[in-house]
Write a protein that binds this ligand. Sequence first.
Ligand code: UD1
Ligand code: CA
Length: 454
Amino acid sequence: MKLGIAILAAGRGTRMNSCRPKVLHPLAGKPLLGHVLDTAQALAPARICVIYGHHGAQVRKAFEGRPCNWILQEQQQGTGHALLQAKEALAELDRVLVLFGDVPLIRTDTLSRLLTEAADADLGLLTVQLEDPTGYGRILRDEAGRVRGIVEQGDADARELAIREVNTGILVARGAKLWNWLNRIGQDNAQGEYYLTDIVALAAAEGVSIATTQPRVPEEVLGVNDRLQLAKLERWFQYQQAEALLRQGVSLLDPHRIDIRGVLRVGRDVTLDINCLIEGEVQLGDGVSVGPNCCLKNCIIGAHTEILAHSVIEGARIGESVRIGPFARIRPQTVLSDRVRVGNFVEVKQSHIGRESKLNHLSYVGDTRIGNAVNLGAGTITCNYDGVQKHRTEIGDRAFIGSNTALVAPVQIGEDATIGAGSVIVRAAPPGKLTLARSRQRTIDHWTRPKKKS
Ligand code: UD1
Ligand code: CA
């Protein structure tokens, strides 16, 4: 049985009040359509078609390289018309699963269940019971409980409006039947559109079997029509992720105050304080603790490392038992080896810092290689940029850099070298020696402080 998937994503998204196409608005850092495409790909279908329309170029560009067929629906004449655009592309497939670009959180296992439970039916619908069914198409059943059709909100009478079982829009149909039904639907309804949902009454009239499946939780099938719905779905999704982490054994000081926009992998006994933001792929080793208000993006943090409040780490590899922050910024392509200390108001960019080295206060370290057990005094700055090019700084093992030193790159500091505080170092400083580059201190003996005239 060959499966094709059609994702309807051509709608205008008017209620978002946005220049950006609706399906590109992010949920947990990923575009709505990205969620649906990932879920579709997980089912390993023979083909995925995305029916797109508004801001087509922008949407296609955002998903360049994805294995899917892009099909333009030039005029948005309804969901039935949208699916019909994919007829040629999906013609030779046995079954077609329809997903919506603005229903992002549908789960792969729910869809697998729908496919299994509808395996012998010509049509399978994913339906859900809602407390408040307003806006959704209602599922019509006969006395025996068999599905007879779907009526849209705008076309329903009072009795039908009271029905709480609604159409999620997601369905699977046998290809041969589907295209035939679609060719027969009209647009004689409140919105003057070709409703995909009208195929259900045609199927029922033919007497074919119609299966129904329900998602595990209603949030899976909630659609995003405006920013309020998007914000609510984001909160729900974030809380689900937080719950999963708690069950895994992570301590979250407040599961309502953590946001994960990507994937977080954790060892044992990891603790995250409030308001942390995780982006991209982040890995936290055993016993890592992250203080409040930290942002971690695409980084690997070694076991027992402590990240103190208000620190930002991106694109870095951090060793074991390191201490970072508070108020530290670690930028891409930085490696901090085991037991390094990076303190407050220190920025490190594209640098390698050796074991047990200390950068404790108010420094900028860029394009630098620092050896082991180096001590960088407060206010040490690597001057890596001459306005045109970036240059490198090398600091040998056990060097001691006095406070408020400017290291003008390219420059090398030898092993065990000491640099006097307040130096501006423009040439190599030899190993094992004290190098100073500052004016000598002097005292003027016969000087008197001027006095105010009375
Ligand atoms: C649709 C269903 C309704 C269901 C609800 C669930 C129909 C007629 N109604 O209503 O029964 O309860 O979804 O969320 O199917 N689209 C196109 N081209 C178009 C029109 C729509 O690609 O010409 C796409 C939209 O981008 C969207 C999806 O189809 O992703 C649904 O369209 P929308 O207009 O939001 O349908 P609803 O009124 O929500
Ligand atoms: Ca919708």
